[in-house]
Design a protein around this ligand. Structure first.
Ligand code: UD1
Ligand code: MG
Length: 452
């Protein structure tokens, strides 16, 4: 039998130290809002319902959460009276018949699904409450885990701790799991007689202990429960996330020459036997097939790269790019909203936008699709096995048929039929001996000037 799981994600903090008009939990890590990472991880751990607690007027968070997970709900905590009070803002959901309750934080995005699964397993094994703790050399500011005879008996907030308690280095991450059927009554029994007059979620431990409940502490690595309060911590979390993702990809069969210089997005995906050279950025929405090489200094965003493709060095794939199998996009080429056919080549200094490039077509160096007239965008369709000579401007809308050839330096403003040669440039004229005459004249003019 599978057990159902409710997750409450606290996100009502003001995030003052971010110095930002964007709510803290919407700041991205690897291209996804922090709260989005938490929501995804919970799903991976079998969560059925996520409820995000936000402060008054957090409509931005509401919209973002709806985009990330249409099944998630928002609950509003109007006054910030403490973490237990925040959880109670989701009372409606606590009253439903979920088996497990997880409490997570919108600004603690590195938590792993495996850890949440382990916490839920502890509930299966008889725990009523599971608290996730970590050991740190800098415990100041955190709630301390008070352990008696191997048993967690209370969590003491830093502001309420004695000097002796402050020396404890085992700290509360804030993340907890409850057997949901007991959660509401425990939360309602928490009082606010402490130095901050707040309803502390952490007091669930003491209340639960007094009620004879089975309370377990579980330890994880400090990295996994890092919270983000400012942009320095945001960058630290980003770096840890990137390291994890690079490692996962390499374990999954992707080679990276200099992994530390490769930036990935939360949804970057690869087939087998790919190579990523140094200094490549993957923005959101990139999916790479088997046997692809991404050469140095390339930037890819919302692009599908088919098997056997070679991209870069110095290539830019912009949104809605599709490279079919064995296509090549070389140095200083930009592709936007275009399909590049199987085995097609766009190898040097080209811009291909709003275009279809057929199979086995060669786009010469310096070719530009003139897709924009200053007001509207227009389409360019290039057939299969076409040869576009260097430095051609294809003025859209325009169609070039299969097997056509475009003469180098053409400005193509009319359709070119299949199998035709299109030339759109001034005709070349050679004037015999004129070069030496011009040179003689220029030399004479220079001498006349110097003798003045
Ligand atoms: C909390 C824990 C502490 C733990 C630490 C880990 C409590 C009482 N203390 O302390 O034991 O070591 O986290 O970082 O739980 N929030 C709301 N509404 C509120 C109050 C808080 O949504 O009324 C949210 C905040 O946005 C924040 C989180 O809960 O994301 C933690 O609140 P914060 O006030 O930062 O608690 P800490 O003092 O850090
Ligand atoms: Mg805090």
């Amino acid at each position: 039998m599978t057990h159902s799981c409710l997750t409450i994600i606290l996100a009502a903090g003001e995030g003052t130290r971010m110095k930002s008009s964007l709510p803290k939990v919407l700041h991205p890590v690897a291209g996804l809002a922090m709260v989005g990472h938490v929501i995804h991880t919970v799903k991976e751990a079998g969560g059925n319902k996520s409820v995000v607690i936000v402060g008054a007027g957090a409509s931005e968070v509401k919209t973002a959460v709806a985009n990330i997970d249409p099944d998630a709900s928002i609950a509003i905590q109007r006054d910030r009276l403490g973490t237990a009070h925040a959880v109670l803002a989701a009372r409606h959901w606590l009253e439903q018949s979920f088996d497990d309750l997880l409490i997570l934080y919108g600004d603690v995005p590195l938590i792993k699904a495996k850890t949440l699964k382990n916490m839920r397993q502890q509930l299966r094994d008889g725990a009523d409450i599971v608290v996730l703790g970590f050991k740190t050399s800098e415990p100041s500011g955190y709630g301390r885990m008070l352990i008696e005879d191997g048993q967690l008996t209370a969590i003491r907030e830093d502001k309420d701790a004695s000097d002796e308690e402050k020396s404890i280095t085992y700290c509360n991450s804030g993340i907890m799991a409850f057997r949901n059927s007991i959660a509401l009554s425990i939360l309602q029994n928490i009082e606010n007689n402490n130095s901050q007059s707040e309803y502390y979620l952490t007091d669930a431990v003491e209340v639960g202990c007094n009620a004879g409940l089975n309370i377990k502490a579980m330890e994880v690595d400090e990295d996994e429960v890092l919270g983000v309060n400012d942009r320095v911590q945001l960058a630290e979390v980003e770096e840890i996330w990137q390291q994890r993702k690079r490692r996962d990809l390499m374990v999954g069969g992707v080679s990276m020459t200099a992994p530390d210089t490769v930036i990935l997005a939360y949804d970057t995906s690869f087939g087998r036997d790919c190579l990523v050279e140094p200094n490549v950025v993957f923005a959101n929405g990139v999916s790479i097939g088997d046997n692809v090489a991404i050469r140095s200094f390339s930037y890819l965003e919302s692009a599908i790269v088919g098997e056997g493709c070679i991209v870069g060095p110095y290539a830019r794939l912009r949104p809605d790019t599709v490279l079919k199998a064995n296509a090549k996009v070389g140095n200083f080429c930009e592709i936007k909203k275009s399909v590049v056919g199987e085995g097609a080549k766009v190898n040097h200094f080209a811009y291909i936008g709003d275009a279809n490039v057929g199979d086995d077509t060669n786009i010469g160096a310096g070719t530009i699709t003139c897709n924009y007239d200053g007001i509207n965008k227009h389409q360019t369709n290039i057939g299969n096995n076409v040869f576009v000579g260097s430095n051609s401007s294809l003025v859209a809308p325009v169609n070039i048929g299969d097997n056509a050839i475009v003469a180098a330096g053409s400005v193509v403003t009319k359709d070119i039929p299949a199998d035709a040669l299109g030339i759109g440039r001034g005709k070349q004229v050679n004037k015999d001996n004129l070069a030496s005459k011009i040179r003689d004249r220029n030399v004479a003019a220079k001498k006349a000037r110097q003798s003045k």
